[in-house]
Structure formats: C-alpha cells, structure tokens
Design a protein around this ligand. Sequence first.
Ligand code: R5P
Length: 282
Amino acid sequence: MKIIAGPASQLLASKVAQQLNTPPTICDYKRFPDGELYTRIRDDSIDDVTIIQSTPTDGDYIALLQLIDACEEAPTINVVIPYMGYARQDKVFNQGEPVSARAIARTINADRVFTVNIHEKSILEHFNADSFDLDASHLIGNHIRSMNLTDPLIISPDAGALEIAKSASADIGIPYEQLEKTRHSGESVTIAEKEIDVSGRDLILLDDMIATGGTMAESIRMLKEQGAADIYVACIHPVLARNAVVRLYNAGVKEIISTDTLEKPQSSISVAPLIADTLKSL
Ligand code: R5P
C-alpha cells in the first residue's frame, strides 16, 4: 500500500509509513503564479493508497481533493483526515447557513474515510464511503500517566469534551470533573462558577480541540482562583489559532499538550500508532 503524505500531515504520515515498513511516497506541492495549488504524486505505480491529510485550511482541503483525484486508478483509496476543518459547523445554527461539514464530506470520493475524534460523529454519515472515527483519548491518557502529578484531576471544560475526559480518566484511574461553558461568539466564552476540590492539586484540562484558547483560559482562571496547583491543558487537535498560545500562558498554564493531528510545536503525542494499527487491521 502506498502512503501519501498531504502537505498538512507530512510528519504524521511519514511516521505511519515507518510503522508499516513502507517508505512514504514523495509528492510535490507548490503554487502557480496566480496562487492556485499544484500537486503531483511522484509514483505512478498502480496500488492501493492511503492518503493522510488534515484540513485546517481551505488550501489543505483542495490539496486533499487533488490527491484523491490523482489516485483515481488506485484499486482502493483510504483517506485519513486526522483533523477535519469545518467540523464545528455540523448543523445549521442560524437560518441560511450551510452544514459546512456535510458539504465537505460529500466531496470526498474514497472507499474508506478515517477521522480522529471528529468534533461531531454524525458527520461521518455524510461521507460517501465507509467511515470510521478513531479515538486518540487513550494516547492522551497514557501520556498523563507518565507525568509526575500531585493528586491529579482531569477536567472537561464543557459537556462536548466529557467523553474524551471520561475515557482518559478510566484508562489511568484519575478522577474527572466537568465544567459548564456558554459560548457568546467565536472568541468569547464564559465558564460557570463551580466549586471543585482543586486546592493544591495538579489539573489536566482536556478538550477535543483548542482553537482561540478562550475556553481553556477562562477555565484556568477560575480553577487558579480556587487554589489549583499546576494546570496543564491537553487536546486532540491543537488548532491554536491567532494568539491562543499566549492567551493560555497569560492565564497561567503550565504546559500545552496535544497530539499531532495538527503538526505544531505542542504536538508531543503521536496518533501514528493508532492510524498504523488501523491500516494493518484492514
Ligand atoms: C467546542 O465545542 C470544542 O470542543 C472546543 O471547546 C472549542 O472549539 C474550543 O474553542 P476555543 O479554544 O476557541 O475556546
């Protein structure tokens, strides 16, 4: 099987290929003078393919479509989208809006699609392919286990992240708590006051993604006021848009921990074993 590394997942795809004992296929990505993307797979042998490409930007989404099209003659096309952009627009919130996640899913022409902790599982139904969501919460749990923490507590900052928090917590026997978030805009959220026994304890705030950092920053402030010791934030998808990193350190975070569904300096936990094991089991 050929492993094709999209431009947003070069390192992750290379690690997956390494675990499958196959060299990743070399591809070229560049821009035409008018800004359009040029993509070329430098291997025209006919074989099953797995394309690994996150889609944090519109350009990354176009690159994924180009790669799928370039593999048209492959007997089987697997597409792995570790982080799928637009997944948070999974329904019509206000009249006249598209279900952007559905619009994108419908364009993916493949035999199988794999996502990692997709924001909303119902999106999987919109792919015109067998679709599966891989769960990286256990990898985060293992990482937390390896940390030297004092009387730790895992905290989900909202109901949406509860399943991930519960799963990591169950793996390593660390208790969990949940906060209540209200979103006012893309950047502004409030976290309801909640008395939790955090005094002197190390906390791991765990969410599926950190985008602007607003959710985590507000949670950190409240928990610091209640006497928490070190506060770590962990997520599957480190979107970390704009000044999110600075916002988090300004709020007093000890460390930002994430997987490499998006390749950032904070991506210390690799989902490569999860993807490689899944591909081996096909
Ligand atoms: C939302 O439901 C997600 O699970 C995250 O809580 C959210 O995307 C985080 O966004 P931000 O970092 O901008 O607060």
